[in-house]
Design a binder for this molecule. Sequence first.
Ligand SMILES: *Cc1c(COP(=O)(O)O)cnc(C)c1O
Length: 388
Amino acid sequence: MNIATQAAQIGLDWDTRTGAVTVPIYQTATFRHPGLGQSTGYDYSRSGNPTRQALEGGIARLDGGARGFAYASGMAAIANLLLLFRSGDHLVVTEDLYGGTCRLFDQILVQYGLSFTYVDTSDPEAVRGAIRPETRALFVESLTNPLLKVADVAALSALCRERGLLCIVDNTFLTPYLLRPLDLGADVTVYSGTKYLSGHNDTVSGLVAVRDQVLADRVYFLQNSVGAVLGPQDAWLTIRGMKTLSVRLDRQQENAGRIAEWLARHPRVRRVFYPGLPDHPGHELLARQARGFGAMIAFEVDDKALVERVLLNTELISFAESLGGVETLITFPQVQTHADIPPAVRERLGINDVLLRLSVGIEDADDLIADLDQAFGGGSQRPGPGNR
Ligand SMILES: *Cc1c(COP(=O)(O)O)cnc(C)c1O
């Protein structure tokens, strides 16, 4: 079944008693037992809650996994998965990693004896070269943040299989609608549900899908033992968002394509990073492996002073962190999302003082382009504060 259909119908068949079209919010901590040694299948909401389960089943279906899991945030999901490893284990990781993931690995998990090697995971040979005898897994972002490098998930999964490594894909930027890593051989997908899956900048959540049942049982053990589960209200909001994933992303991608082309022609823009542009190094690969190119754009302006001007002068586009929602947001990765990456590493990766990142929303593309145009100080007349 098409993923758009599956997404729209998450939770639909849950309440057979009333026939409710949406899954109810089971705002309960505990469940009554029908008899001694008997259970309705629900005992305590950390271990299992129907609203959360509707969401967990939904992400499992969208990704083609044996089982899904919902967590209090994307970071809670990643932290829980990393508990699959033990002191002495080594992981190979995408070098331009989400800042929060980098902080978790380098400032916290290293204290527990895990070690990490950061490589350009858009280069499978670089990944191969970083594997050591104690390597247990590859943690890769399918489309990286903020420079939008594309990982060859099929090639990397094959390499992991060959070397006996777990292949974990942070697929936040693409979602199962655009890329299904488990179909390409990955073992686990992880998402910040906060971003495209919820899609409305109104919920913080994390999701995981696991391909194999044995591994899924282990992840369930960790989820229940550590307890960073998603509450029923936020599970419901995440489901509500996921129902419109396909229409939102179709529109967001269409807008992103137009904005990227406009930026690429702008005299004050030095470089545009958008995999939908034919000269992007990952263009061919995504065209082959994915349904689309996503709706994140990074670009370099030609002068440091312009960064602040653009950030402060956009009016429709909000200067805010996060991404993936219906509202277009702009950020300055160097001082915001990627502040926790060591400065030398940031500079080497190209996360510099002229790089801006756009998360393109569902507004009208012409309105967004007009807003960028006036923020750059070009073309159209700028309205004064009274006209806002
Ligand atoms: C936001 C983000 C995370 C962390 O998710 P939270 O929901 O903010 O905890 C992890 N990976 C990527 C790629 C992200 O964009």
